[in-house]
Design a protein around this ligand. Structure first.
Ligand code: C2E
Ligand code: MG
Ligand code: MG
Ligand code: MG
Length: 292
């Protein structure tokens, strides 16, 4: 941003613009120390099957800033991508997630769970990404098939041959892949068939108005049948209502993630939920969602 503003220097003197830039620069330098100071945390959001059984979780990064409090990944991930800091941050995410998988593997109540981790384009494109993942999986001695890497269409399509090659290497190791936010990008059907994917994740923007918007309903039905016909699992994200779940089940999408079940929560809450110490799921819902 600063570079493009330089060409049009007048914008530097717009106080509002300048304030935005200053905040951004502060965030960037804070981001550099956040890792060292252990200000990052993983939150976990459960993934549930049609019987209500927890089948896994998605790890979602949280930055707890000493002054600003919670900063959304939607705000700092793009900045981390631009600065390259996503690489060490992403490695920390993978390490933390695999350590968690290792802990789960020791308890029969949790050993079956999979854990999905978001990997961004810059991180996936590192020349040593396969080695990094291999090493983390090996060091933690986990079943690689419990780890699921979520990639977006744009990450994959950026350089489809190189990406497919890397995915194949990781797939050989046993690692699973989900295509996140599916339907929002520009995947060609020909690629979809060739990619070593395990799962399509229907983007929440199509799930939101599923029951009111006929074109969203049509898109969701099409994604489900596409995925199933290609032999993939299909999961819907952003499932907030019983009506959405009912529609999805009717159309054979049988795995769900969303506030209907739980928001992303810290590991303590998740473990309590998994081991049955808390069986009141609505504990994790906001009042309006619990009303449903
Ligand atoms: P995503 O991977 O598509 O994650 C789903 C987002 O939807 C999460 O937002 C989650 O909290 C939110 N969500 C889940 N259920 C519901 C629901 O029922 N209703 C609504 N309205 N939202 C729901 P979050 O945690 O803010 O993460 C945003 C994005 O940031 C993620 O989108 C992902 O692209 C990125 N992100 C998060 N953690 C990481 C990470 O460790 N590495 C990378 N590279 N990106 C990450
Ligand atoms: Mg995701
Ligand atoms: Mg998503
Ligand atoms: Mg999304």
């Amino acid at each position: 941003e600063a570079k493009t503003s330089g060409r049009n220097a007048v914008r530097f003197f717009d106080p509002a613009m300048q304030a935005v830039l200053v905040v951004k620069m502060m965030l960037e330098s804070n981001l550099r120390v956040a890792l060292a100071l252990e200000q990052f945390q993983l939150y976990y959001q459960i993934q549930v099957d049609a019987d209500g059984k927890v089948v896994g979780a998605e790890a979602l990064l949280r930055w707890i800033h000493p002054d600003r409090g919670f900063i959304s990944p939607l705000e700092f991930i793009p900045l981390a991508e631009q600065t390259g800091l996503i690489v060490p941050i992403g490695t920390w995410v993978l390490e933390t997630a695999c350590m968690q998988l290792k802990k789960w593997s020791r308890d029969p109540k949790t050993a079956h769970l999979s854990l999905a981790v978001n990997v961004s384009a810059k991180q996936f494109q590192q020349s040593n990404f396969v080695e990094t993942v291999t090493e983390i999986v090996r060091l933690n001695n986990i079943d690689p098939s419990r780890l699921k890497i979520e990639l977006t269409e744009s990450t994959i399509l950026d350089n489809v041959d190189a990406t497919t090659e890397k995915m194949q290497q990781l797939k050989k190791l046993g690692i699973a892949f989900s295509m996140d936010d599916f339907g929002t990008g520009y995947s060609s059907l020909a690629y979809l068939q060739k990619l070593p994917l395990n799962q399509l994740k229907i983007d929440q923007s199509f799930v939101r108005d599923l029951n009111d918007d006929e074109s969203d309903a049509t898109i969701v039905r099409a994604i489900i049948s596409l995925g199933l016909n290609l032999g993939l699992d299909v999961i819907a994200e952003g499932v907030e209502t019983v009506a959405q779940r009912r529609f999805l089940i009717e159309h054979n999408c049988l795995t769900f993630q969303g506030y209907l079940y739980s928001k992303p929560i810290p590991i303590e809450g998740l473990n309590a939920l998994l081991t049955g110490d808390i069986n009141e799921h609505s504990f994790f819902l906001t009042p309006s969602e619990a009303d449903e």
